[in-house]
Every structure is written in structure tokens, then in C-alpha cells.
Ligand binder design. Sequence first.
Ligand SMILES: [Zn+2]
Ligand SMILES: [Zn+2]
Length: 133
Amino acid sequence: MKHNASCSCGQLKLIYNGEIKRTAICHCFECQKKTGSVFAVHTRLEKSKADIEGKSTEYERIGDEGSKIRLHFCPLCGSTVFHYIDIEGYMDSIIVSVGNFADPTLPAPVFSVYNARKHHWVEIPESVTEQWD
Ligand SMILES: [Zn+2]
Ligand SMILES: [Zn+2]
């Protein structure tokens, strides 16, 4: 199974050779600023099954737990397609923004995190089984 993600202009592509099993919502302010939306939806995938084509610029920030988060965005259109989290347990993972697949059939989110920063009108979907602030 193949899933294709890309930036707005199409220059930066990510081809995932595997199944997308789970997605998660993040309400943190960094994700709000990253996306320009009021929450982000991500999927954690196996780095070894992801082929990346095109150029990306890396922006590094330090997460709340001290982990290094390395965001990759298209230098032409600015769309952030994927990121890495340099912390134990995540070294084999690549986190991809679900919207970049432009595929409304992908699984509904099972996690919702940083709920303390959730906009008051956003409702957590029924598919979410795990939440934390
Ligand atoms: Zn682009
Ligand atoms: Zn976040």
C-alpha cells in the first residue's frame, strides 16, 4: 500500500510504503502556529518505509520534554510536511501531517493531546480513546 503526501506546490513529496494505522490530534500552541490552524493532526510512521523527494528546509525546536523536534517544510511554499522527534523511542519514526496526504479516507484520530490548549469550540471526536492535557 502506498500513501503520497506533498506540500502545497508539490515540490516536496513523501511516499509511504505501508499502512497508516493511527492518527492523533495535537492542540499545542507550537502546532497551532506551525499549521496556522487551531490544532494539528499527525500520523507516526516508520522512517524506513518513507521515501522523500524534493528539497526541504529544517527548523529545529526544543519540545516540552527537552526533545529536539526537527520540522521539515518546503522552501518554496512553506508547507510543513513532516518532522522528526529526537528522543528515545522515536528514532525510527517520522511524523507526517495528515492534511498533506489530502486523503479524507485516512483513519480518525485516536489520541488528543495538549487538551488544555484546545480552542473552546473544538469538540473531541468519538474516535479518540486517549486524552491528556
Ligand atoms: Zn512546496
Ligand atoms: Zn503539538
